[in-house]
Design a protein around this ligand. Structure first.
Ligand code: CDP
Ligand code: MG
Length: 705
């Protein structure tokens, strides 16, 4: 690889470096790996495959997979790991006798795009020989699929009905460096499978991996003196297809969103053709940057047309895949993305990457049981992954909006998600897989004991575990089968008993898409007015229900959506998710019943799932305090309760941490319900508060309309 480090001033007229202080080689230099031409996209796919750095290692990879049980493969981004290794295995008959080769990815978008690339390379229709499986979308053929891409979460779910993964001959755990919670669970479970199945082989791959950690975790040879008995091996693939020039800023930047926009514009002015991929931390930042870029794009009429596009998890899938479409002639795409584009995805045409140096990550406090999203500096490993999005189809340039000194001060890797998340979903999954002692499970990186205990306590309070810590039947078992967080699962499973399964189904589906309202900046007033038509005093959940019902009443009409500033595609997505959840409820024999115009059963049902997330208005009226932990929270500005008279008691779905902690998706509740519906959880310390508030509550709770 040939990369260089340069210093530059963000937004300056020459992004290629006004002040060039240093040009240093970074990383390993692959023998003959740098192509002398700029792109090989014009070549037939078979030749493109042969030109990838990994092609020279084909036989070696196959030999190692045959000889060892575990092969840890570290290779540059773009070298061909994800797309080629499964094909090599298929060609070498690891998919004979009906076996399947599985490749896991941490993210859904990586699964679908990589599967479709591999299907193209093989000249087959996606969903047959090459398929994929993600939550709410199974695109495989039960008999014909030989190479299957799936999220690591889906692989864990498959273990519920096929604990030894008997259909698979090889599992490739790709991008294992991401270490999301599901990757870590899969790792622990695969270790168990390896003990029981001699014929099962594992590949762990990434560009930036602590290879030794993985090797020693899976190594079963205890005779250190004799490496010939080793069952795990590390293999390094040298070389990336094309050069990357890495530039750092000379000084730290004050506002990375603005700097991202300035840098993109400077690239647009100064640099030759090629698309830009910029990393920001979340939807709001992405939308802001896209808006600023669009404003500018309208002014630029001569030369290349600037084409800004957003990319983030909550964006409807049909819009996400727009970024992969061919750039129109005489245009330059600027894709502004969260870190969903950080790993595994190839967006053809990306030549320039802008990296803001920050990421939004999950953080968890076992004391308050609150999981929140926090913006923190990225790790060096993330920075390398982001850089790797350039130089995949031709040489590229990377602009880091931080100094080289800051880069060196970054943590080498990101703390694994399992060490900064609520453990309730993990504990539930492990229990469902028959792993009773979750404290003793062989984690690659053990989570804090208090998080595990909090997980156990929460599941007990939710009725998923009994006094002995066993999964309850049917509630606990059914909760484990739901592809949703245990709080959502409980709410859905109990909805029939509250007489409102129809409504809760809709609300749950709407909460999965989280992008119902359009708020175009130029028509903010009109959009707010339109939104108000759907708002109810009870809060966000019932408001979302109203939106969905109106959408159905108006025959899912896109024009109606446009007039009402409703996101048409999000609503269509919600319709499809609702359909799938409905099938699940049907499988569990839960009847669909409606409470019609009565909101109380719905509010109570929400409480039955989310009572842990309950908060009370502080006497100052300026903030809320969680009932457990007395943590300070605010209502998020996106909530419809933000502008309303602050209700006394609320429950919420999630917390976002920016300047302070914000509750999102908030519903007004009666404190008595908390006590009724979660007596074990709230019997200590809060009874008095509830009693005290009763009088006030009657006067203060908003009138239900
Ligand atoms: O996994 P790794 O980063 O090593 O590479 P890969 O995802 O297998 O991609 C190898 C190469 O295939 C990329 O550098 C692209 O040249 C090409 N590719 C593509 O053109 N379009 C895709 N959707 C995926 C890969
Ligand atoms: Mg890859």
């Amino acid at each position: 690889m040939a990369t260089s480090n340069k210093f530059w001033k963000p937004g300056g007229s020459r992004p290629s470096g006004q002040v060039e202080l240093e040009r240093a080689k970074q990383g390993s230099e692959g023998a003959g790996s740098c192509m002398t031409f700029n792109t090989h996209l014009h070549l037939p796919i078979s030749q493109q495959r042969q030109r990838l750095p990994i092609a020279r290692y084909r036989e070696q990879i196959l030999y190692l997979v045959e000889k060892y049980r575990t092969v840890v493969i570290v290779g540059e981004t773009g070298s061909g790991k994800t797309t080629q290794i499964p094909q090599y295995l298929h060609e070498a008959n690891w998919t004979g006798n009906g076996y399947i080769v599985a490749v896991t990815q941490p993210r859904r978008i990586a699964v679908t795009t990589v599967a479709s690339r591999v299907a193209d390379e093989r000249g087959v229709v996606l969903g047959h020989e090459v398929g994929y499986s993600i939550r709410f979308d199974d695109c495989t053929d039960s008999k014909g699929t030989r190479i299957k891409f799936l999220t690591d979460g889906m692989l864990t779910r498959e273990m519920m009905w096929d604990p030894l993964l008997l259909k698979y001959s090889v599992v490739m755990l790709d991008e294992a460096h991401e270490r999301n919670i599901n990757t870590d669970i899969v790792i622990g479970l695969l270790k168990k499978i390896m003990k029981k199945r001699d014929d099962f082989h594992l590949i762990i791959s990434s560009a930036t991996l602590d290879a030794e950690l993985f090797k020693s975790y899976f190594e079963t040879n205890t005779d250190r003196a004799d490496p010939r008995k080793d069952t795990a091996v590390i293999m390094t693939i040298e070389g990336r297809a094309f050069d990357i020039d890495i530039h750092h800023t000379k000084l730290p930047v004050a506002d990375y969103v603005k700097s991202t926009v300035d840098t993109a514009l400077a690239i647009h002015r100064e640099e030759p053709t090629g698309d830009i991929l910029a990393f920001l931390t979340g939807q709001e930042e992405v939308e802001t940057a896209v808006k600023l870029l669009k404003e500018h794009a309208e002014r630029v009429t001569k030369g290349l047309q600037l084409l800004p596009l957003p990319l983030y998890g909550g964006l409807p899938y049909s819009e996400q895949i727009q970024v992969f479409q061919r750039t129109p002639p005489n245009s330059r795409k600027v894709i502004v993305s969260t870190n969903i584009a950080e790993t595994s995805v190839t967006i053809n045409g990306i030549v320039y990457v802008i990296d803001c140096g920050f990421v939004k990550l999950k953080a968890f406090s076992p004391q308050t049981s609150l999981e929140s999203l926090v913006i923190v500096p990225i790790s060096q490993s993330s920075a390398l992954q982001r850089s790797g999005r350039a130089g995949r189809v031709r040489s590229g340039k990377v602009y880091r909006l931080y100094t080289e000194e800051s880069y060196r001060a970054l943590d080498v890797t990101t703390v694994p998600e399992v060490q900064r998340s609520s453990m309730a979903p993990v504990v539930l999954q492990l229990k469902a897989l028959g792993i009773d002692n979750v404290l003793r499970f062989n984690y690659l990186s053990p989570p804090p004991a208090e998080s595990l205990l909090q997980g156990l306590e929460l599941l007990y309070a939710l009725g998923a575990l009994d006094d002995e810590g066993k999964l309850t039947n049917p509630l606990g078992m059914q909760m484990a089968e739901f592809p949703l967080n245990p709080m959502f699962a409980r709410m859905l499973l109990l909805s029939e008993s509250f007489g409102c399964s129809e409504e809760i189904l809709t609300i749950t589906a709407m909460l999965q898409v989280n992008h119902a309202f359009h708020q175009p900046t130029r028509q903010k007033a009109n959009a707010s007015q339109a939104k108000r038509k759907f708002c109810v005093y009870e809060g966000d959940h019932l408001t979302l229900l109203n939106v969905y019902n109106a959408f159905i009443r108006y025959n899912q009409d896109p024009r109606w959506c446009q007039q009402n500033f409703i996101h048409y595609k999000s609503l269509c997505h919600a319709v499809s998710i609702r359909e799938q959840l409905k099938r699940l409820l049907h499988r569990f024999k839960i009847k669909l019943v409606s409470c019609h115009d009565d909101p109380i059963p719905i509010q109570k049902c929400i409480v039955s799932g989310f009572f842990v997330h309950a908060a009370r208005l502080h006497y100052t009226g300026t903030c809320y305090k969680t009932i457990r932990g007395n943590h300070t929270l605010h209502i998020h500005p996106s909530s419809i309760l933000f502008e309303e008279r602050s209700p006394q008691w609320v429950v919420f779905n999630e917390v976002l941490q920016t300047s302070s902690l914000f509750m999102r998706d908030v519903t007004v509740v009666d404190p008595e319900w908390l006590y009724q519906l979660a007596p074990h959880f709230y019997q200590y310390g809060t009874e008095r508060e509830i009693a005290e508030s009763k009088k006030q509550k009657l006067e203060d709770l908003p009138v239900i309309t």
